[in-house]
Design a protein around this ligand. Sequence first.
Ligand SMILES: [Zn+2]
Length: 522
Amino acid sequence: MKILKFKHLLMIIMVLVAGSSVYNGQISPSSKQIEKYPVDQAMVDNIRQEGFDHSELSNTLSYMTDVLGARLTNSNDMHRAQTWATGEMGRIGLANIQIEPFMDYGVSWDNEYFSLHLLEPDYQVMLGYPIAHTPGINGRQKMAVVIADIKTKSDMEKYRGKLRRKAVLSTPPPTIDITRYRKGVQRWTDEELREIAETPTPPRSPRPPRNPDLVTAVERNAFFKKEGVAVILESRSGWLAAVRGFARPGAKIDKWSRKETKIHLPIVAVTPEHYNRMYRILERGLPVKIEIEIRTKVGKVVQKASNVLGEIPGSDLKEELVMLGAHFDTWHASPNASDNTSGVAVMLEAVRILNAVGAKPRRTIRIALWSGEEQGLHGSREYVYKHFGNPDDPEVGIKPGYEKLSAYFNQDYGPGQYRGIYLQGNEGVRQTFTSWMKPFEDLGMTTVSLRGVGSTDHVYFDRVGLPAFQFLQDRVGGTGGHTNLDFYDTLPIEDLKKNAVIMASFVYHAAMTEKQLPRKQK
Ligand SMILES: [Zn+2]
């Protein structure tokens, strides 16, 4: 108690002496220097009423997950879904709806059919998915399975000449973590939220130096190809019943090329239980035989990937922008309800709410449904460079739009409800966001953290010096993204309704302020 009082006294003295307040040892502008932004309570009431009493969120989520399904960047599935998105934006009443191409993104890839069966020593239907940007095989084939545990260059010698026309178990058998399913995922406790609010981002542990004897996935797969392997099987996550598979190693480097996709070996990710069953049988020295069929559709022409955009036009400050967005692309083994169909539906619902309540923003509100996020934030990065620029890169330079964006708001940390917001190191917006959060305290929206967070589409906005924010979201159960199990059923709809309401209110208030939100001080 005494220590606390002393701390307060110290802070007051610091403010009086230096005109600054102290946060985590950093000096930041005093409250006098921070413009205060009031809350439009009548608008908040309207937004809440529309968002909770007339929500269309569940319908949107069901349509996107049930009817549209997975949306791998540049797949035919994705193109169909983007066309739907423009129609949906039109229905909501948005203006300037566009599908905006951003970069050459190789050829399209779609999985058309897959089946896998254990034939010997016992019959069983097996569950797996082809990895993206890998080829199919000719017809339905029966083949023997062998273990090929290759970590180092010398491991390769053990298998030379022994793998022809076989399916190889290429990864070690994963351990299934049962406790993960018994305990479920807890929402943030008050204690944890306090810690996030009061402590800086924990430092990342440095990567260990690379062992030169280890082979990369690309090298290992090239060896399998040379040895005449028929199919590469893998299982990595150890998540019960889940297939977690991404893209062919090297696909990003060859820019998702048709040629490299066609000449590569097929790769199939298998659920850990089924994979481990084969592994154990083989370790007994007994033969394993499977039947497999893979049909994939590989496009013929290089296409550009694209983002989908729409606007609520502003009024007296219509040249200025407030943006909200989420990535529209997903991995391909399920509709990825949580990652990030939930974010997309929240953004669409937020702008729908604003139009439904007749909001007349001063700044233009622009929604962006990004693509290429899962492969490396490509859509949002290219958008930022094209429309706003990059002051640190003379080749990109600063675009006229750089001074026009007040803020960007993103959702991509699963489908859990907003519990607060990360300031991304921008102390200057603390009071503003605290004030905008106040009407949503009853929904559990209470935490402001100075932390900078990453791994999603606000990153490049932030990197070029634009105010860009990701909300602090509850961790909610389900299977997590990037699996074959991410469907409508495990979405917490009530959480997402809250998010749409809070997002609508934040975006509206950001569009109404006298001045743009302050940027980080360099
Ligand atoms: Zn995501």
